[in-house]
Design a protein around this ligand. Structure first.
Ligand SMILES: [Zn+2]
Length: 43
């Protein structure tokens, strides 16, 4: 079965920032557990 990347990302569960609980949508292909804001604070 061929799954397009669009379908693939649609099936991914929404990730939430471990720190503030904000939903992470833009970095679905990246295994970051923090949103952009918290990521910036940590580094
Ligand atoms: Zn956050």
């Amino acid at each position: 079965m061929i799954m397009s990347s669009t379908e693939f990302f649609k099936n991914l569960p929404a990730k939430e920032c471990k720190k503030c609980g904000e939903t992470i949508e833009e970095m679905a292909d990246c295994y970051s557990h923090h949103c952009d804001d918290c990521e910036g604070e940590i580094r």
